[in-house]
Design a protein around this ligand. Structure first.
Ligand SMILES: Cc1cc2nc3c(=O)[nH]c(=O)nc-3n(C[C@H](O)[C@H](O)[C@H](O)COP(=O)(O)O)c2cc1C
Length: 407
């Protein structure tokens, strides 16, 4: 799996918290995403999880003592500090947080953090009373003052059977924060509006007309744009997905609601990407009560919904928002895409082949063709997250070109 982590040197410092076992999962996931993971452990951490676990998961020797060096080996803390693209302290105990806050350098982990100029992410995990103690809070503020990023612990029931803030967050959130730190902020300053998912057009309280869109592509676009520094609003039809961290989400159900939400947000946006599969039709009548089997007509009269993308194309002003459409096509892909690009006044269209199991609706992978007035390019078959990044690469180029023209 090739992702942003591939080839990155991630130095993970594990300290003596009960949550150390969770970080074994993080290390395993980082290694799966082809990061080069180096693990350092405090003496207390080694009492919770054996270094062998981390060695097996990372595929590298685990660094423990400051003076464990053999022969003419490079000085471990300096080497790790220099190599690191990112240093992650997880779980971070109250003790290690205090040592870092006061610049102590009495073990490998603290020496490495002092010696590195890489970004540092500290992930506190402890009993909630410990966490809310002013001494811990003051130390965390100090760490923020040094420019370290702090991943706030989650609330919930802990090993000590108490409830409150102190739990180490799950990998999905930690991953997102790490990727945000590692990403190039080339969309910073942009206000991006993205639509995702299907719409549901009700027939009666029990039935609706919808489509197979899972929302995965639109959510991947939102997640990656946020990572790259954009302010993101995601207008989503009904999906099983949760709102990506740092993204402002607006939930809608019908094409009508989607249109209202888009029109309410579009003028503030510098880029709009319409990845939602808005229903083209709705039942002409909406029955307030469930239609009984016996009374049902066997024909369903439909009416057309408004084409939101086309409406946005008409609203678009010169040098206003950049408008990107997604088109799901099963045949004549490029010709159909070219028609939509022109008729709907789009700046860019991503044409989705829905004829294959690995692309389009519900799949985790995608292959799209990007088409703008300068030509077309077929992107490789990759994950939807990678597809999203490639779409943003193209958008960044278009924004740069536009800015050059305006200068
Ligand atoms: C069973 C057990 C669980 C512990 N869990 C935590 C914890 O979650 N967070 C924390 O800050 N300290 C925890 N401690 C206390 C630390 O292990 C202790 O402060 C230690 O000195 C930390 O050293 P280190 O920061 O160098 O790893 C725990 C101790 C024990 C015995």
């Amino acid at each position: 799996m090739h992702t942003t982590f591939a080839g990155k040197r991630i130095v993970v410092g594990v300290t003596g918290s009960i949550a150390a076992f969770k970080v074994a999962g993080w290390v395993s996931s980082l290694a799966k995403e082809e990061a080069r993971v180096a693990v350092m452990m405090t003496d207390s951490a080694c009492r919770f999880v054996a270094p062998l676990t981390f060695a097996a998961l990372s595929g590298e020797r685990v660094h423990t003592g400051l003076f464990d060096q053999e022969g003419d080996e490079a000085i471990a803390h300096i080497q790790l500090a220099r190599e690191a693209d990112l240093v992650v302290i997880a779980p971070a105990t109250a003790q290690t947080i205090a040592r870092l806050a006061h610049g102590l350098a009495d073990d490998l982990l603290t020496c490495t953090v002092l010696a590195t100029r890489a970004k540092v992410l500290v992930c506190p995990a402890m009993n909630s009373q410990m966490y809310s103690h002013p001494a811990v809070q003051e130390n965390i503020e100090r760490l923020k003052g040094y420019g370290y990023q702090v991943l706030a612990p989650e609330c919930g029931r802990m090993a000590c059977k108490e409830e409150g803030p102190g739990r180490l967050p799950e990998w999905e959130l930690a991953r997102e924060v790490m990727l945000q730190i590692l990403a190039e902020p080339d969309l910073s300053g942009e206000k991006i509006l993205i639509t995702a998912g299907p719409t549901r057009e009700p027939l009666d309280p029990a039935r609706f007309l919808s489509n197979r869109s899972s929302g995965k592509m639109g959510y991947a676009l939102a997640r990656t744009a946020r990572r790259r520094g954009a302010e993101v609003t995601l207008i989503s039809g009904p999906t099983a997905l949760s709102c990506p961290p740092g993204v402002s989400c607006v939930r809608v159900e019908t094409a009508r609601e989607m249109r209202e939400a888009v029109l309410a947000h579009c003028q503030q946006a510098s880029v709009i990407v319409k990845a939602a599969a808005v229903s083209d039709f709705r039942p002409a009548t909406h029955f307030a009560k469930k239609v009984k089997k016996e009374q049902a007509e066997l024909q369903l009269p439909l009416e057309q919904t408004t084409d939101i993308l086309k409406e946005l194309g008409k609203l678009k002003k010169k040098d206003g928002f950049l408008l990107v459409g997604f088109a799901a096509e099963s045949h004549n892909h490029t010709a159909e895409g070219a028609k939509k690009l022109k008729n709907k006044n789009l700046d860019l269209i991503a044409i989705n082949d829905i004829g294959s199991v690995n692309t389009g609706f519900e799949a985790d992978t995608n292959q799209v063709t990007l088409l703008d007035k300068d030509g077309s390019s077929m992107l490789p078959l990759v994950s939807k997250e990678q597809t999203a990044d490639l779409v943003w690469d193209h958008v960044v180029q278009m924004l740069e070109k536009r800015n050059r023209k305006q200068d």
